[in-house]
Design a protein around this ligand. Structure first.
Ligand code: G3H
Ligand code: 13P
Ligand code: ZN
Length: 311
């Protein structure tokens, strides 16, 4: 069943677990993710980025998600826009049947972020669609210890008081926060470190309000090894340790975004299948195992998030 995030987040918040939000671009990814959720009896957020829309074209992704919803009526599924770059794309997705959109104006200043978010909230809420926004800037591998205030890395952790003001003034339904995570397969130079003290303050000040963790892949080393063993070149890839994800999911984080781990699992599996069977040229022979690996990955993720036996 296609749903929005309201009831899902309320239950997750109260149950101290988080919903997995998985990025999708193609049929095998979507099928693998949903098969994993069905096995674990978990609700799902399937999210579509601007890049995914450009790659697959919006209508194909929409129809694939409709197919999956029809095929799995027992699973609550959210169709979510990931990192909506401007008000227009958010409105287009609201009009196009998404049940949740993200407006990412985190690179604008505070007032402009509020203005854009409020405009999306007004439009989306009038159409029964929920909105996620982002406050603070995610940093990448360039992050330096002590640089969270917006130094040379350009990153800036979320200010707890600003978060309260932002939520009050925009009426947004959930908020992505910056506490040290970043997108991609290279998240930390040295030891992984997230600012849990800051997260706890935000959670206290915004009691009951759902938070979102972007850049939350754990960069599973088994998949990195698989990629590297079969011709890949990903030396030193490093993600957020699993125990940190579990800890965050008990501190008001209701949505955990995962893309990189899906990419690694799929790529590792395809590389292996092609290397081991050089005579095969049937895409089903390498995409089928990749889909199965995505299913196994999602089942593992849902365990880490505590999101099992919910439906
Ligand atoms: O946050 C970014 C997601 O991993 C989506 O990536 O823009 O390459 O589709 P993408
Ligand atoms: P990862 O790159 O850690 O998978 O993060 C994905 C994400 O935040 C999508 O919005
Ligand atoms: Zn993200």
């Amino acid at each position: 069943m296609l749903v929005d995030t309201k009831a899902m987040f309320k239950k997750a918040y109260e149950g101290n677990y988080a919903i997995g939000a998985f990025n999708v671009n193609n049929m095998e990814l979507i099928q693998g993710i949903v098969a994993g959720a069905a096995e674990k009896r978990a609700p799902l957020i399937l999210q579509i980025s601007k890049g995914a829309r450009e790659y697959a074209s919006p209508i194909y992704l929409k129809k694939l998600i409709e197919a999956v919803v029809e095929d799995n009526p027992e699973i609550p599924i959210v169709m979510h826009l990931d990192h909506g770059a401007d008000v227009e794309i958010c409105k287009a997705c609201v009009d196009g049947g998404f049940t949740s959109v993200m407006i990412d104006a985190s690179h604008d200043d505070f007032e402009e972020n509020i203005r854009k978010t409020k405009e999306v909230v007004d439009y989306a809420h009038a159409h029964g669609v929920v909105v996620e926004a982002e406050l603070g800037k995610l940093v990448g591998v360039q992050f330096d210890e002590g640089d969270e205030g917006g130094g040379k890395s350009g990153g800036a952790y979320t200010d707890p008081d600003q978060a309260v003001e932002f939520v009050e003034r925009t009426g947004v339904n959930s908020l992505a926060i910056a506490i040290g995570t970043s997108h991609g397969a290279y998240k930390f130079k040295g030891e992984p470190r997230l600012d849990f003290e800051r997260l706890e303050v935000i959670t206290k000040k915004l009691a009951g309000f759902p938070l979102v963790l972007h850049g939350a892949s754990t960069v599973i080393q088994e998949y990195v090894r698989l990629c590297n063993e079969f011709g890949g070149n990903l030396p030193g890839a490093k993600g957020v340790p699993e125990e940190m994800i579990t800890r965050a999911s008990r501190l008001g984080v209701c949505k955990v975004n995962i893309d990189t781990d899906l990419r690694l699992a799929m790529t590792g599996s395809v590389r292996k299948a092609l290397a081991e069977h050089p005579d095969d040229f049937d895409p089903r022979k390498y995409l089928g195992p990749a889909r199965e690996m995505v299913k196994q990955l999602v089942m593992h993720k849902l365990d880490i998030l505590g999101c099992v036996n919910i439906i």
